[in-house]
Design a binder for this molecule. Structure first.
Ligand SMILES: Cc1cn([C@H]2C[C@H](O)[C@@H](COP(=O)(O)OP(=O)(O)OP(=O)(O)O)O2)c(=O)[nH]c1=O
Length: 221
């Protein structure tokens, strides 16, 4: 199958990660209401949003490719931490997450337009945050980087480097779990033949235990 994807996303990180997989794609951001339903838990929330983004993009009459959408949320217990609503919001989130482990959930949805076959994937990752100082936190907030990131931080921020002793899926925290995407594409019969462990090492400078386990033929969660 000749794989061509419409990426229903405005996220530069998702475009970058999909590009590393060598997949032919066009970007068509989907504008949806991202409010949580009353009492909605993190995993159902991201799955619902990824599917909604995919459906919104697939209903565009010009969409004739397989649609990929994703959603990422930072979860502190059952509390959902999306993008902060300004500097004070970012300060509150970074204070709450400092020196503790929380979870990041990323859901993927693959949809045949406009309402065909749907596949979803969910990747949940523990993220241990280092005990950054107030001064480091304020400098990071002043950089503006937190504002378009769930939980007000970027694991990939070299200067702030908020995460330490991490052993989960780095790409998932950045917005697109590559092993999970490949698993879904394999079920679709359309996965490119790529070495995700090598992609993580070369581009993220991360020796990913998950992608290395996949290479050994072990299942992912
Ligand atoms: C936790 C974390 C999130 N993020 C980003 C990934 C996502 O872009 C963003 C979470 O917001 P999302 O709503 O998942 O995505 P988005 O609005 O950026 O893009 P779109 O809906 O158009 O696909 O936070 C990082 O880049 N690094 C991190 O460490």
């Amino acid at each position: 199958m000749d794989l061509k994807i419409t990426l229903a996303s405005n996220s530069p990180r998702r475009r970058q990660l999909l590009g590393w997989l060598g997949i032919d794609f066009v970007s068509r951001p989907a504008d949806i209401d991202e409010s949580a339903l009353p009492g909605e838990l993190p995993r159902p929330y991201v799955l619902r949003l990824a599917e909604s983004k995919a459906r919104a993009a697939a209903h565009n009459p010009s969409c004739d490719r397989l649609v990929l959408a994703a959603d990422t949320i930072v979860a502190d217990g059952n509390a959902l931490l999306g993008k902060p609503d300004g500097e004070n919001g970012a300060r509150g989130m970074l204070n709450a997450l400092r020196g503790r482990t929380h979870q990041v959930h990323t859901a993927l949805a693959l949809l045949e337009p406009p309402d065909g076959r749907l596949l979803t994937e969910l990747c949940s990752t523990n993220v241990p945050m280092r005990a950054y100082t107030d001064a480091e936190m304020e400098a990071y907030i002043a950089s503006g980087d937190p504002l378009d990131k769930a939980g007000a931080y970027a694991i990939q921020s070299v200067e702030f480097h908020p995460v330490e002793q991490f052993s989960g899926c780095y790409a998932s925290v950045m917005g697109l779990p590559m092993c999970h995407l490949l698993r879904a594409l394999r079920r679709w019969g359309a996965a490119p033949d790529v070495d995700v462990a090598q992609i993580c090492r070369e581009n993220l400078h991360y020796h990913c235990p998950i992608s290395e386990a996949v290479l050994r033929g072990e299942a992912i969660g």
